[in-house]
Design a protein around this ligand. Sequence first.
Ligand code: BLA
Length: 504
Amino acid sequence: NSLGQTVDLTNCDREPIHLLGMIQSHGCLLVLSETLAVLHASETAEAWFRKATSDLIGTSVEDLLPPAAFSSLKRALSQLRSTTQVERDFGLELATGQVADMAVHVTGRTIIVEFEPSGDDTQRSDELVRSAMVRLGEARGVKEVLDETTRVVRQLIGYDRVMVYRFLDDGTGEVVAEDKIDGLEPFLGLRYPPTDIPRQARELYKRNLIRSIADVGDRPSLIQPPAAEPVDLSFSVLRSVSPIHIEYLTNMGVGASMSLSIMRGDDLWGLVACHHMTPRQLSLRTRSQAELFARMLSLLLESREQAAQVVDEQRVQALHGRMMTAVSRDTKAASIIDLAPELTRLLPSDGIGVWIDDGAALWGQTPSPEEFSGIVRFLNQKADGSIYATRNLAEVYPRAADFSGRAAGLMAIPLSRESRDYLVLFRREVVSKVVWAGNPEKPAQLGPNGVRLTPRKSFEAWQEMVRGESDPWKGNERRIAEVLRSTILEVILRLTSEAEADRR
Ligand code: BLA
């Protein structure tokens, strides 16, 4: 390959997966010049056009296609405005009598035209998408939307397993929703390291929102003649698959795979990841419907997350009110700890500690009172009056290693401007929280990179990576904490000035 070396587990984020020079063999690909002459063709094109590849090269595509198909191609080309756009048309009759679906896009100075067999799975898909969007629109919260997503996508494409895989800030991912046939081991709730979907693959999925692998056992078709600079297949609907990923899917017993990108603005929020245990070729039309669905899902999710944020703001407001009452001139730690259930609803945590005037109160899973006072001394050294958050306290405060099972990460909100008093939210080690629920049986056959490329080993790799760490404190959670902090400071300021007025 163009990396000039073998791809293995150590360098796969550098594998140029868009430059492999091959496509999946159920279709054919032509690279055309600006004058519509064939420059390169996949080996499969011989069967599609009943011509040897050497005869195809140099031929005008007009001479290869019946008039209707050719005018469809011209129409598609006239629609193209950017290099991120792929035009499609369906049910075109080719010279061989074969009925094909076509995808057309531009890369650099060349035009890429791809043909695939037209499927018979397309009849109901428009209606399925409509009905799916209605059901999804009725799902209230984010979690409900994701659960419903796995059901409707499985209905649309008929795969054995459909998951929603969400990316976390550290590049790891979590299976947050799943719908599957009985008998498959569940992956719901499991986490995976960033390497499982390497950086360049994630970049690609941001630009091309659907990735389909029709047959994991396929022998890909070479694009001929090989070019000095391999054709950029980023937007190809037939792009062949990295051998590493093929090995992963094979080890998993998967026959076909498809992923839809869920976008949040310009970021990849997650994937709808779908597996079929045997090869399965979805028509381009059904895949286009799935892509349309994913585009609408991204918008819907964004609006649901915004709604959830409004609810959070209302909760902060409500809490503000109760804080006002709890924080008084002679505030005791115990009066704030009463708010723990509400606090943990806003800022998911496993335990809470409050430290005021050398008095401590603890709630839920926390360090012991002695350990807590050690933490407070540590915080006092750090203190600059702002919020302090870490997912791995032991890294900066080694004694925390003793209690990382109970409290691996914390977020400390200073309760006074001198910042000797704190509200501390604790999170336990995430590894001890997420457990593999599935069947520990070994897969029957393994590829050259062995067990590492299986979901179970991959899960273990994630465990290694995050050992001693809690779930990260997300940006919006820090913002909520910031609001709480200023609420509390405001109250304290008012109390101080009242006290001063009393004195005068
Ligand atoms: C791609 N890896 C992917 C994709 C998924 C995963 C969903 C998108 C392509 C697809 O739809 O099949 C990962 N799939 C998972 C995970 C689960 C799952 C985590 O079902 C869990 C249930 N993969 C590895 C390692 C490497 C790797 C260690 O596990 C490299 C060292 C590479 N994964 C890899 C590459 C791709 C990929 C290169 C891109 C494939 C492509 O689009 O060509």
